[in-house]
Write a protein that binds this ligand. Structure first.
Ligand code: TYC
Length: 107
């Protein structure tokens, strides 16, 4: 408050709105690829543990990849997408399966 000037309770402050544009990070899709060797139950287990899917969702996603060759699982920021794709692929590799998750930018 400036000395000597007292604000009356009715003083109205002009409304000024400053809009800051929020820059959203680009999103990346994680894609599950089908193969002929990884057991279905193993794919479901990986989808549940790495991608936090419920049993039914994981089974449906696994079946879609099995029938169509690939299935988009989820979208994340680049770092998260790449980390999860790597985790899923590594889990398969550790068991000798060719299970593969890849990422690609959305749009
Ligand atoms: N095609 C595999 C089988 O018949 C199962 C499978 C499904 C593997 C989806 C990978 O992304 C996949 N055992």
């Amino acid at each position: 408050m400036i000395e000597g000037i007292s604000m009356s309770p009715t003083t109205v402050k002009p409304k000024t709105t400053t809009r800051t544009k929020v820059q959203r990070p680009p999103l990346y899709k994680v894609i599950l690829l089908n193969d002929d060797y990884t057991p279905r139950e193993f794919v479901v287990m990986v989808l549940k543990s790495v991608f936090r899917m419920a049993e039914e969702t994981a089974s449906r996603v696994m079946l879609t990849a099995h029938q169509k060759g690939a299935c988009v699982i989820a979208v994340y920021t680049r770092d998260v997408a790449e980390t999860k794709a790597k985790e899923g692929t590594e889990l398969g590799k550790a068991r000798g399966y060719p299970l593969f998750f890849t990422t690609e930018p959305e749009q």
